[in-house]
Write a protein that binds this ligand. Structure first.
Ligand SMILES: *Cc1c(COP(=O)(O)O)cnc(C)c1O
Length: 242
């Protein structure tokens, strides 16, 4: 067994245990394997161990892996910062974008998505950490943005995503995730058919699941430390992008 397949089993066990602890069914929580900075061979190892959904943060790197591994029937999610001059590549090589943070990006993705492809699944990225974070839309601005995005053709608004500020304070983390969930519940109460709360990573997936996560995005716990020797050179190549 490769270490990637052993790690994947470990993460699946963590998800199952977290679900059991809060009375949820493990099938309610999907695992997105975050493969940024790792070569296609590592993704292929994870795919051989049964993992289907992969997350990428950098456009060129992600598109290269999508093309290299196109025969494996994988589902690709774009989860990194997205500039408007790179939307066309993302619109046509990925099935999901979790990091939509303004209407212009959603409009470009909608317009550029090839008409013969199924709708592109989108999540809006929310800043749930106030001053402690710079990425994502302010919670107060989400309802207006969501109403505009949900009306676009070619895309399907699925839900919300957040990356809380790094903290060891579990109750603060829980509060951040709960902010995202309440915002999502308010949109659903308006009649939007949202089914996705993308929250939780290697260090905090249990807290996120307890607060309602439906997709956890896990990199390090599956592939290892991105700064590790052997991956470092690859990491260095990413510094300028985005
Ligand atoms: C890198 C990354 C992850 C995975 O983080 P780990 O701590 O390695 O599990 C999840 N989500 C986003 C948006 C990321 O950029």
């Amino acid at each position: 067994m490769t270490s990637i397949s052993a790690n994947l089993q470990g993460v699946r066990r963590r998800i199952a245990a977290a679900c059991e602890a809060c009375g949820r069914a493990p099938a309610e929580v999907a695992l997105l394997a975050v493969s940024k900075t790792w070569p296609a061979a590592c993704v292929a190892d994870a795919a051989a161990a049964g993992q289907r959904a992969f997350g990428e943060n950098y456009v060129q790197e992600g598109v290269a892996k999508v093309q290299t591994l196109s025969g494996l029937g994988l589902e690709w999610h774009f989860i990194g910062p997205l500039q408007s001059n790179k939307t066309r590549l993302v619109a046509n090589h990925f099935a999901w974008v979790h990091s939509v943070d303004r209407l212009k990006i959603a409009e470009r993705l909608a317009m550029q998505r090839d008409a013969h492809l199924p709708p592109l699944n989108l999540c809006l990225q929310v800043n749930v950490s106030g001053e402690a974070s710079k990425s994502g839309v302010e919670p107060e601005a989400i309802p207006v943005l969501a109403r505009a995005v949900v009306a676009l053709p070619g895309i399907r608004l699925r839900g919300l995503m957040a990356i809380p500020e790094p903290t060891a304070d579990q109750s603060l983390l829980a509060a951040r995730f709960a902010t995202l969930r309440r915002l999502w519940e308010a949109l659903r109460a308006e009649g939007m058919e949202l089914d996705t709360l993308s929250m939780g990573m290697s260090d905090d997936l249990e807290v996120a699941i307890a607060e309602g996560a439906t997709i956890v995005r896990v990199g390090t716990a599956i592939f290892g430390n991105r700064g590790a020797p052997g991956n470092l050179e690859h990491n260095m190549g990413q510094v300028d992008e985005n």
